[in-house]
Design a protein. Structure first.
Length: 58
């Protein structure tokens, strides 16, 4: 015989799990120091400059 489950509780547990997953993603994205953000910005600027330097003029 199958176990009886309360769908409301399952739905709430799933919502909590989704919220926790989103929070951990945000911690990775927004929980960086200013130095880390500056380093990433400088690396992106250098990569953009490199790509711009290899574009053809028309």
């Amino acid at each position: 015989m199958a176990d009886i489950i309360n769908l409301r509780n399952v739905r709430k547990q799933k919502a909590r799990a989704d919220k926790d997953a989103k929070a951990s993603e945000n911690r990775v994205l927004f929980g960086r120091t200013k130095a880390e953000k500056l380093k990433d910005a400088m690396e992106k600027a250098r990569a953009d400059k490199h790509v711009e330097g290899h574009k053809r003029d028309e």
